[in-house]
Design a protein around this ligand. Structure first.
Ligand SMILES: *[C@@H]1O[C@H](CO)[C@@H](O)[C@H](O)[C@H]1NC(C)=O
Length: 371
């Protein structure tokens, strides 16, 4: 899911920073565990995998706190940078009947006084609350003094099977200025085998979905097909890579200088309107609905592929043609005038077709053929 500012870009970042009533950012000091050189050299570092559930997004369990550990379903989102969980003081209707975090029973919790938490996502949901720190555990790996938002107010759009979102951008660009759990693990404690995390994004109820932190799971992909693409230099802390090409029904779109945000928190592929019109002009029976979508024939099979670093990856027909109602289908490519010029948001409609390695240490994204 894109934090809204992504779509309106730099201007919005400045507006948010100006508009946010919280205190000036403080220097974050995170205690490093003292370790002897010998122990450090020989200590086994961590890699952990966890299974994910899928329902309009890929989510899995994160444990918050110590004393009485509290487990929550959290969406894993490479398109945003903040972590939050629903707080026990949340009285928005969307919080009813959902598990909520209780800081009072968490022995590791410390509030960050006066630091307001706010984020609004491209899907319209808005989250407000306070900030705090605690120990969290993801895929068996523990992150101490992790900053997060305690969501006291969520908008009516927050109708999801999960109770929070973990942003996995390189840095938190959403204005909350948190250090992400992944960045904490890589930069501050060097706890991971590799400065990477990887996703297998399955199709609903058909195939497994999995997140691996600290490397990748070699059982899930063909290593000889793994191809990395460096992030663009001006990535602003986002997983943004150059797109070589897009092939529709055997025809190349002759677009130059396009880049894509690799976003596990978005279901579809978003393009600026001109690019999407170009894209669908190659599909003879595509019909512009005027609302960002194009209608397609549910019974037809369309060949669509994206090319990165000289390698072409097909999008399977079941990912490209989306049945939104009985016998009514649209293409997974959506146009939106809020998408910045020459930038595409590449969500799970594409990512289900590859194994994806987010290499944060080396600032690159790898795609490989699924095993
Ligand atoms: C983490 O380390 C990278 C590489 O040294 C650096 O560019 C980045 O700014 C660091 N992030 C934080 C939040 O300290």
């Amino acid at each position: 899911m894109r934090a809204l500012h992504i779509l309106t870009f730099a201007i919005a970042i400045f507006l948010y920073v100006d508009a946010l009533p919280y205190d000036k950012p403080k220097v974050h000091t995170i205690p490093l565990k003292p370790r002897s050189i010998t122990r450090r050299r020989f200590s086994k570092r961590a890699i952990g995998s966890m299974q994910l559930s899928v329902d309009r997004g890929y989510y899995g369990q994160i444990t918050f706190g110590t004393g009485t550990p509290q487990n929550f379903d959290i969406l894993f989102d490479t398109g945003s940078g903040s972590l939050f969980v629903l707080d026990k003081n949340c009285d928005s209707p969307e919080c009813n009947d959902k598990p909520k975090y209780d800081p009072d029973v968490d022995k590791s919790f410390s509030p960050i006084d006066g630091k307001y938490f706010f984020i609004d996502y491209a899907d319209g949901s808005e989250i407000k609350g306070n900030s705090g720190k605690t120990t969290i555990v993801i895929a068996g790996i523990s992150v101490e003094a992790q900053e997060f938002g305690l969501a006291d107010e969520v908008s009516g759009d927050f109708d999801h099977p999960w109770e929070g979102i973990m942003g996995m951008e390189l840095i938190d660009t959403s204005g909350n200025q948190q250090i992400t759990p992944i960045t904490n693990l890589i930069n501050n404690t060097q706890q991971l085998d590799n400065p990477q995390f990887s996703f297998l994004l399955g199709r609903k109820d058909q195939s497994p979905s999995e997140l691996t932190i600290g490397g990748s799971n070699p059982d899930r992909y063909h290593a000889d097909t793994l191809t990395f693409t460096q992030l663009v230099d001006d990535n602003d802390g986002q997983w943004e890579i150059p797109i070589d090409n897009c092939v529709v029904e055997g025809e190349e779109l002759n677009l130059e200088g396009r880049t894509g945000f690799i976003d596990t928190g978005t279901e579809r592929i978003f393009m600026p309107p001109d690019d999407a019109h170009d894209f669908y002009s190659k599909i003879y029976d595509a019909e512009d609905d005027g609302d960002g979508t194009y209608k397609l024939d549910c019974g037809s099979v369309y060949d669509v592929a994206l090319e990165f670093s000289g390698k072409t990856w097909d999008i399977a027909p079941q990912d490209f043609t989306v049945e939104i109602a009985k016998d009514i289908c649209i293409g997974a490519v959506i146009y939106d005038e809020n998408v910045p010029e020459s930038k595409w948001v590449i969500g799970s409609a594409f990512l289900r077709n590859v194994y994806t390695i987010f290499d944060q240490g080396n600032r690159k994204v790898g795609f490989a053929q699924l095993a």
